[in-house]
Design a protein around this ligand. Structure first.
Ligand code: MLT
Ligand code: MN
Length: 307
């Protein structure tokens, strides 16, 4: 299995278009310690030729442009992108589907809940269903995605529920009940090939015993790295929401992700979906050193994460 990070940042990207915070200014100015990152997405392949994307970020057009592995090679009109697996219906997971119009055949794999959101938004009709297949994937049931020509991908994929919330634009109120997602709203993806096990979880509201069991023994885990501290956006004056309110557990502290992973045996662990307010985006920051001591890496666009 081959795997490449297409984008490592959370929704908004780094720098975010309307952020005048110091880190974003440094990224915009070309500071080598504040490397820009596009919105979160991963490409995986069983043969190194044909690729499945996990999420289609709003930056997908730029991500394709920047990665030659995703350039057309075969026919006059063609693409090595054979499918897109969705982990939720957030804007940063699905908006990039609109870049994939132009009558190119591929398959969208998602939970029934996420496919229902696509159906309810007529703009996704630009991906005509006689050309772009939509396959409902039951949770916790491994399947082998096929290439468009019907050949086997050599990958076994499984979607599994993780703690999360409904997509921001589908929130109907702010009480915990109204925010809580239903199974299938926020999922993780496990991709297996032989003994290799890659797990991609760009959004996770909390660590559970069940999730720990799922992660144990993975070759590489790519995990929600949205915020360093739950109240960081508020403290920095960037916004009114905590990480918890946005459906993301934070990295630091006794309930944080770094602590939660200390008793989970995984070979390689990498933060993805990193918000532009998170100090781990800055090379040489204290926070970056702290997570490195715990064996964590910080994803960047183009990073090879093959298990
Ligand atoms: C998130 O990860 O919390 C969402 O992508 C937020 C958003 O939709 O902007
Ligand atoms: Mn997001």
């Amino acid at each position: 299995m081959k795997a490449v990070i297409l984008g490592a940042a959370a929704g908004g990207g780094f720098p975010q278009w309307n952020s005048n915070a110091e880190a974003c200014r440094r990224a915009r100015a070309g500071d080598a310690d504040a490397m820009p990152r596009s919105q979160a997405s991963l490409a995986v392949s069983g043969d190194g030729e044909r690729w499945f994307l996990i999420n289609a970020s709003p930056d997908l057009r730029q991500q394709i442009q920047e990665r030659s592995i995703l350039h057309p090679r075969r026919d006059l009109r063609s693409s090595p992108i054979e499918g897109v697996v969705l982990t939720g219906a957030d804007v940063d997971a699905i908006a990039g589907l609109l870049h994939l119009r132009e009558r190119q055949a591929f398959t969208i794999y998602a939970s029934e809940r996420v496919l229902a959101v696509l159906r309810a938004n007529p703009i996704f009709g630009v991906l005509a269903e006689d050309c772009v297949r939509r396959q409902a994937v039951p949770l916790a049931q491994p399947f082998e995605p096929c290439h468009v020509d019907g050949s086997a991908s050599g990958l076994e994929v499984e979607l599994f529920d993780v703690p999360g919330k409904v997509a921001l634009y589908l929130e109907t109120g702010s009480s915990p009940d109204e925010l809580l997602g239903k199974p299938g709203d926020t999922v993780g993806v496990e991709v297996r090939a032989g003994a290799q096990r890659l797990v991609y979880i760009p959004g996770c509201a909390g660590m559970t015993e069940r999730l720990k069991r799922r992660l144990a023994g993975a070759s590489v885990v790519l995990f929600d790295g949205t915020l360093w501290q739950d109240d960081e956006m508020i403290r920095l004056g960037l916004g009114p929401k905590t990480g918890r309110r946005m459906g993301h557990m934070s990295l630091s502290g006794p309930d944080g992700t770094i602590a939660a992973f200390r008793d989970i045996a995984v070979k390689r662990k990498i933060f993805v979906h990193i918000n532009n307010s998170n100090p781990i985006l800055i090379e040489g920051s204290i926070e970056r050193d702290m997570l490195a001591k715990d064996g964590w890496e910080v994803a960047y666009d183009g990073m090879e994460v093959s298990p």
